[in-house]
Structures are given as C-alpha cells and as structure tokens.
Design a binder for this molecule. Sequence first.
Ligand code: ATP
Ligand code: MG
Length: 140
Amino acid sequence: VEKTLALLKPDSVRAGKAQEIMQLIELNGFTIIAKQKLQLTRARAEEFYGEHYGKEFFPKLVNFMTSGPIWALVLAKPGAILAWRALMGPTNVFKARAEQPKCLRALYGTDGTQNATHGSDSPASAAREIKFYFPHLVPD
Ligand code: ATP
Ligand code: MG
C-alpha cells in the first residue's frame, strides 16, 4: 500500500494540535505506521527543502521549520500521496480558508508560510522524505 511522508509543522505543534490532527488522519483512513517528534537543525531543514533553495521565501521557510518541534509521520493508505495532499488543502492558508474551509491547512494553519502540515508531492519525493526522517524503515 502506498506511503507518504507527513509533517506536522511547528505552528500546529506549538498550538497543541498534534494529537487532534493525528486523530483526524486516522479518521480519514490513513494508518500511521511510524511517527517521531523532533526539532530540525538549520542544516537539516535546508537539506529537506533543497528544491526551494534560492527562492525568496526560503529563509523564512527555514526559520519557521527550525522554530520548534515537529512531528514526522509515515502514512499508509491506497493513494496516500494524493489523498494526504487533498486532506491538507492548498499551500497558502488564506486560499485554503477561502476554497476548502474544512481542510487541515484552513483549520490549523497560520499564514502564507506557516501552514500546519507538509506532504510529499510524488512517489519519488515520498521515498526520499521517508528515508530522510526514518532511515531504518526499509522500502517495500
Ligand atoms: P509542502 O512541501 O510543505 O507540503 P507544498 O508542496 O504545498 O507544501 P511547496 O511549494 O513545496 O508547497 O512549498 C514548501 C513550503 O514552503 C510551503 O508549505 C510553505 O510552508 C512554504 N512556501 C511555499 N511558497 C511560499 C510563499 N510564496 N511564501 C511563503 N512561504 C511559502
Ligand atoms: Mg512541497
């Protein structure tokens, strides 16, 4: 069954919403097969978001992602990658609130950078990102 990497970002964790979001994840039919609370160093955050290096929002993104603890989760479900991105909703929280008010980013996000959650955007990034946080989980 397909797997994806989810992050609960520092804003939603700081707001005390991590357990509530994990319950919603399971209510939506995902199995959480691995989870870990951690804090990213600047170097690890820059590595994780390497594809965005050089973009104008990159420094703000790295500052945010290193600002407090996060949860890394491996989610399993048929079609998990797309299903998780649909449950998160649009990247921009203001757009999410306008277009999909029940999605996780509308409910738990903060602003244009601080958007509560992350999800892998393709099978290749899911494989890379699961390995990034859970190097001992063997790919199937
Ligand atoms: P994620 O990768 O976190 O699941 P995404 O795939 O929807 O989100 P990306 O384009 O990969 O969005 O951007 C990664 C993250 O960088 C976003 O989730 C957001 O936190 C931040 N970000 C993206 N675009 C902007 C922007 N224009 N201004 C500020 N922050 C942004
Ligand atoms: Mg992305």
